[in-house]
Design a protein around this ligand. Structure first.
Ligand code: FES
Length: 110
């Protein structure tokens, strides 16, 4: 049998945790879904990379006060919960679980 534990558990390796400095973002594919990974104030967050307003990518959006801002029309989503905090978005964005293991960062579906 071949196959890593990643494949068995469904988790996706993002990279070395240190490679994602505080305030930075990256993107990974989890089960075919684009997921934006954000490091903010020492914590790691992962959200589906689609604004729930008009499907614009969240990657690269401004991050402050624990929220990521959609660059298209300015909706803000809470990193920890995915909840839409400002209009024009009203629906929460799907969140994913982040996992640190031996200095390596992983993302997996909740
Ligand atoms: S597409 Fe994100 S706020 Fe409109």
């Amino acid at each position: 049998m071949t196959g890593s534990s990643e494949q068995h558990s469904g988790r996706v390796h993002v990279g070395a945790a240190d490679a994602l400095p505080d305030g930075s973002q990256t993107e990974v594919l989890v089960g075919g879904v684009h997921v934006v990974v954000v490091r903010y104030e020492g914590e790691y967050y992962a959200l589906r990379n689609n604004c729930t307003h008009k499907d614009f990518p969240l990657l690269g959006g401004d991050v402050s006060m624990g929220r990521i801002t959609c660059a298209k029309h300015g909706a803000k989503f809470e990193l920890a919960t995915g909840k839409a905090k400002t209009l024009p978005a009203v629906k929460a964005v799907q969140i994913y679980k982040t996992l640190l293991e031996d200095g390596e960062l992983y993302v997996l579906a909740l």
